[in-house]
Design a protein around this ligand. Sequence first.
Ligand SMILES: Cc1ncc(COP(=O)(O)O)c(C=O)c1O
Length: 444
Amino acid sequence: MQDQQSWVRKDLEYVLHPMHDHAHNTNGPLVLTKGRGSIVTDVAGKEYIDCSAGLWCVNVGHGREDLAEAGAQQMRSLAYASGYAGTSNLPAIQLAEKLASLAPGDLKATFFTTGGAESTETAIKIARFYWKATGKTEKIKIISRVKGYHGTTAAAMCATGMSQYWRNFEPLQSGFVHIPTHYCFRCTLKKKYPECGVACADLLEQAILAEDPDTVAAFIAEPIHGGGGVVVPPPEYFPRVRQICDKYNVLFIADEVITGFGRTGKWFGMQQWDVVPDILDFAKGVTSGYQPLGGVMVNERIHKVFRELPEGASFNHAYTYSLHPTCCAVGVKNLEIIEKEGLVERAAVVGARMQAGLKTLESLPGVGEVRGMGMIAGIDLAADKAGTPMPPAFGKKLIANAMADGLLLRSRGDVVWISPPLVITESEIDRMIDGVAKAIKGAA
Ligand SMILES: Cc1ncc(COP(=O)(O)O)c(C=O)c1O
């Protein structure tokens, strides 16, 4: 067994990491070897509470034998089959049927991908294809929001509303428009909720009119901003968005990559406000991260157009691993576990305890606002309640303190993201909150 340092040296020599700040992480990456429930263990044997469920994805917790077995069984019978025209497989059909029973409204048919960004790309292409197939060939623009995160592949990056994900990758594709989002703590419109009347939702209407409704294909939004800082919308926001999209014949895409599969205390985030999108894209929690899988669900109106395409007019968008049987088999078992163990309901109940505990941290210096819903929370770091940003070193120190204390926390410097596995125990939640408080105090 090689020691920790030699693994880190090899990693730095041979592995190119996503979003790795080499100048800051001078010790190299943390090398993990094992996970059980909410606990992960590094190569030196040190244990941490996984406060992020990996990357907002390990909903059922680490180390599930039943998921490993579901994958192994499928690999033994049929590890791979193409999902291109003319071929399908049992786990993909079973998973699609199950998703249709869980998703809101008339979202029914699923196009499978292998992750979130592929799902965003697919959702955008479905929207444009739908309009072209129905004779509205000019409807191509995609409106998204500042702070929105939709992945980093070419089109997904353009929908993502944070410039750090475009910088050094220009040129951007044309046809993408960003509008400000709901962010009450630092409101762009300098208004106060509820007197504002959720004027931020009206920015969508203004953008559609400014662009010309006949050129706008879709509006894409996360139910709760994840990477953009766990920003929860006012309850009126998405119902209003739905009305605006209907009024101007713009498709509404809900990016449920983080919020799907129980994270907010409902199966899908949009169910918090009884809003049904036209297109819903998902990934992460569908397999709890045990296999790379994502997908895009469409409503009956869109599905009908796809099913009734004239001969020779197929949807020429595909991935070798669409409908991957092993990934789908793990997805089927994962949803069975979430259902059998009542993890969606648990996320609402245990999430309330987590939110209440984290909220107490608002009194600490360096914390501007704590917000969240169910098992997703963000600690907005600020010097005061007016939102004056803290120096980036504060967030970095906080994360390092937490790590030394056995908490794996994530932050971009201005917001600390918290999204533990839905199976985290009450005592682990209490320990996490105490540890975060200690880490904040130590960073001051
Ligand atoms: C809301 C949202 N959409 C899309 C993505 C991209 O997913 P992936 O990293 O699987 O490409 C993410 C990733 O965190 C996400 O949070």
